[in-house]
Structures are given as structure tokens and as C-alpha cells.
Design a protein around this ligand. Structure first.
Ligand SMILES: CC(C)(COP(=O)(O)OP(=O)(O)OC[C@H]1O[C@@H](n2cnc3c(N)ncnc32)[C@H](O)[C@@H]1OP(=O)(O)O)[C@@H](O)C(=O)NCCC(=O)NCCS
Length: 170
């Protein structure tokens, strides 16, 4: 287990190392979908973070920090009309993977979500080949609702997207 992970708002400075986490177009698309251009750069990061500054915020963005080093990043895209929060753009930095940081990081950001409003539906999209992420999400209680087959184009490949959600209010 790595040292203590502090969860803080993401800033351009805290995400400066983020492009290095995704060395190929496929790794970048696995994290950010087909809407992110390879290589990731500060302009694209700033555009994501701009959505955290709207009123109300369209997006929350978090960094998980270990001894001043950014070890984790995730965003929550907020649909205030229907009370839906979508986990997006989540990753553990390569050198911190496999150390048990992912579950406590996500648990903390879901707790932060409760502080800002009522979001009874918590959802996410994950590519069906992403076995580590799927095992993680299922261990947190996310249930698979379906698969959007051949829904994303990455180079010459097309990927299937699984939709997962937790309903937090009955
Ligand atoms: C998915 C990801 C966040 C997991 O991070 P991690 O640091 O390896 O995860 P942890 O060490 O905290 O392990 C948490 C759980 O993840 C799952 N997991 C992690 N690595 C796994 C692997 N190689 N195979 C299967 N399950 C795995 C397990 O459920 C594990 O819990 P367990 O150890 O109790 O079995 C990481 O692989 C990553 O950043 N991948 C690239 C970006 C990405 O794909 N993001 C998700 C987009 S939807």
C-alpha cells in the first residue's frame, strides 16, 4: 500500500503530469474516450477544468495526491436536471497502479459528491476489454446495464462500451 492519498480539487498544476500517463492513442482513448485528441495537452486539460468553474459546476475534477505527487485523477460530470453524476476520466498514475489506491480514491470522491447535491444515479462508461476497471467498479457495487456495441472508433478499431450505474436512492 502506498502512502496516504489526499483528495484535492484538480488544478492545471496538479494535472501537469497527466499527459505522460497515456503514452499511446489507445491508452488515451481508454481513459478519455474518442473525444480527447492524442497527445493530451494543457489546452485540453484547461477546457475540462473550465467546466468546474461554471455555476452550478458541470463537472467536478479531483486529484489524488501522494507526498505532493499526483497519483490519481477523476472527474464527475453533473446532470443537475435529472440528478445524474457520471464518473469520467478516471485513472491511477502508472507508477501507482496495483497499490490499492483506486477504491479509496473513488469512495472519497463519491462522498464529496454528496456534499454538493443530490445525485441519486451514479453512472459510468467503460470499454468491455478493460478488465481491471470493470472488476474495480463491480466491487464498488456498480451494476452493468447494457453494452453499446461498436460505439467508439479508435484508429482502425471499434470498441464496445459497457454502461454501469449505482442507484443510490430507492
Ligand atoms: C483501472 C485502474 C484505475 C485500476 O487502478 P489500480 O491502482 O491498478 O487499482 P488498485 O490497485 O487500487 O485495485 C483496485 C481493484 O481494481 C481491480 N484490479 C486492479 N488491477 C486489476 C487487474 N490487473 N486485473 C483485475 N482486476 C484488477 C481489482 O478489483 C482491485 O481490487 P482487489 O485488489 O481487491 O482485487 C488502472 O488500471 C488505470 O488507471 N487504468 C488506466 C485508465 C483506465 O482504464 N481508467 C478507467 C477508465 S473507465
Amino acid at each position: 500500500m502506498a502512502s496516504t492519498l489526499d483528495v484535492v480539487p484538480a488544478t492545471p498544476q496538479r494535472l501537469a503530469s497527466l499527459p505522460t500517463w497515456f503514452p499511446t492513442p489507445e491508452a488515451l482513448a481508454q481513459w478519455g474516450g474518442s473525444g480527447v485528441r492524442f497527445p493530451l495537452d494543457a489546452v485540453q486539460i484547461d477546457a475540462m477544468l473550465a467546466e468546474t468553474q461554471t455555476e452550478p459546476p458541470l463537472r467536478l475534477a479531483f486529484a489524488g495526491v501522494v507526498e505532493h505527487d499526483t497519483a490519481a485523477h477523476a472527474q464527475l460530470v453533473l446532470d443537475w436536471t435529472d440528478g445524474i453524476a457520471r464518473l469520467a476520466r478516471f485513472a491511477i498514475a502508472p507508477r501507482y497502479r496495483g497499490q490499492g489506491l483506486a477504491r479509496p480514491f473513488l469512495t472519497e470522491i463519491f462522498d464529496r459528491l454528496d456534499d454538493i447535491g443530490a445525485f441519486p444515479r451514479l453512472e459510468l462508461n467503460v470499454y468491455t476489454f478493460n478488465t481491471p476497471a470493470i472488476a474495480l467498479y463491480e466491487s464498488l457495487g456498480f451494476e452493468r446495464e447494457g453494452v453499446r456495441r461498436s460505439s467508439v472508433r479508435v484508429g482502425d478499431a471499434r470498441w464496445d462500451t459497457a454502461i454501469y450505474a449505482i442507484i443510490r436512492e430507492r
